[in-house]
Design a binder for this molecule. Structure first.
Ligand SMILES: Nc1nc(=O)c2c([nH]1)NC[C@@H]1CN(c3ccc(C(=O)N[C@@H](CCC(=O)O)C(=O)O)cc3)CN21
Ligand SMILES: CC(C)C(=O)C(=O)O
Ligand SMILES: [Mg+2]
Length: 258
C-alpha cells in the first residue's frame, strides 16, 4: 500500500503525482496496474455512475458501496474518498462519524471534503481522530450553482487573497493536501507555495504538486465529451460500442458462437 509519506516524498522532490477517479472494482484494477498514484472515489460518481444531475444527492452509503469495491481492487494505489454533501455540514462530530464509516467500512486511505476556512474545525476534528483528510477549493460542486457553468477561481487579486486565506486555514487545520478545481494557474502556484500539503490540480495549471483528471473524461467514456483533458482524451467509449457491434454482427452472421 502506498503511504501518504510516499506521496509527500514525491511532492518534495518534484516527482510527478497523478490522480484519476475510480468508482468500481474493474476500473480500479486497471488503475492499480498503471503507474497512477491515487484513485479518487469522487462523489462525481453520482453523475458518472448513477445518472444524477449533480453530486448533492449522493449518500454516505453509496460512497461506502463504491469505495469498498475500489479498495478491494488495489494493492499499491492510494485510495481517497469524498465525504458527500450532508456528511459534514452539521457538526464536526458528525463529520468524524461519517469519515470513520468511509475509512472502516470501505478501507479507504483518506477522505476529502469541500470548503475553505469554514470547514477548518471539521478538518481538525477528522485529523485529530486519526483519519487522513484532504481539502477541496476552487470550484466546489457540492455547493456551487452550475446553472451557467463553472467559473475559474483566483483571477482577481481579491479572489487570490481569499483562496490563499482559505487554503492556509485548511492546511493549518491538518489537511494532508487539497484539490484545486478550476483555479487560475498562477493562483494555484501561489497556493502551492503558501501551504505545506500536497496540491492536486484539476484544471489548475502545471504548478501543482499533483495532477487530477476524471477517468471517464480521460478515457472518453461519456456520450458528451467535456473539454478537460486537452490532447489526452481517449476514444474508449467509441471503441467499446464498436466492439459490441462486432459481437452483434458475429451473432447475426453465425460466426459466434463458434
Ligand atoms: N466531466 C467533468 N469533468 C471534470 O473534470 C469537471 C466537470 N465535469 N465539471 C466541472 C469541472 C470543470 N473541470 C475542468 C477541469 C479541467 C479543465 C481544463 O483543463 N481545461 C483546459 C482545456 C482542456 C481541453 O482542451 O480539453 C483549459 O485549458 O481550459 C476544465 C474544466 C473539472 N470539473
Ligand atoms: C473532481 C474531483 C476532484 C472530485 O471531487 C470528484 O470526482 O468528485
Ligand atoms: Mg468530489
Amino acid at each position: 500500500m502506498p503511504s501518504l509519506t510516499t506521496l509527500q516524498e514525491k511532492a518534495a522532490t518534484d516527482e510527478p503525482i497523478t490522480l484519476v477517479n475510480a468508482y468500481d472494482y474493474a476500473t480500479a484494477r486497471l488503475v492499480d496496474r498503471s503507474d497512477v498514484d491515487i484513485a479518487l472515489v469522487g462523489d462525481s460518481l453520482g453523475v458518472t455512475m448513477l445518472g444524477y444531475d449533480g453530486t448533492d444527492r449522493v449518500t454516505v452509503d453509496e460512497m461506502v458501496h463504491h469505495a469498498s469495491a475500489v479498495s478491494r481492487a488495489v494493492e499499491d494505489t492510494f485510495v481517497m474518498v469524498d465525504l458527500p454533501f450532508g456528511a459534514y455540514n452539521v457538526t464536526p462530530a458528525e463529520a468524524v462519524r461519517n469519515a470513520n464509516r468511509l475509512k472502516k467500512e470501505s478501507g479507504a486511505d483518506a477522505v476529502k471534503l469541500e470548503g475553505g476556512s469554514e470547514v477548518a474545525p471539521t478538518v481538525e476534528a477528522i485529523d485529530a481522530a486519526g483519519i487522513t483528510v484532504f481539502g477541496h477549493l476552487g470550484v466546489t460542486p457540492q455547493t456551487d450553482d452550475a446553472t451557467d457553468g463553472y467559473d475559474v477561481h483566483g483571477e482577481t487579486s481579491a479572489e487570490v487573497n481569499e483562496l490563499v486565506e482559505d487554503a492556509r486555514a485548511v492546511d493549518a487545520a491538518g489537511a494532508a493536501g487539497m484539490i484545486l478545481e478550476l483555479v487560475d494557474p498562477d493562483a494555484a502556484a501561489t497556493v502551492t507555495e503558501a501551504t505545506d500539503g500536497i496540491t492536486l490540480g484539476i484544471g489548475a495549471g502545471p504548478h501543482c504538486d499533483a495532477q487530477a483528471v476524471t477517468l471517464h473524461d480521460l478515457l472518453g467514456l461519456q456520450d458528451v465529451l467535456p473539454e478537460t483533458v486537452a490532447g489526452l482524451r481517449g476514444t474508449f467509449g467509441d471503441d467499446i460500442v464498436s466492439h459490441l457491434d462486432a459481437y452483434h454482427e458475429a451473432v447475426g452472421s453465425g460466426e459466434f458462437p463458434p
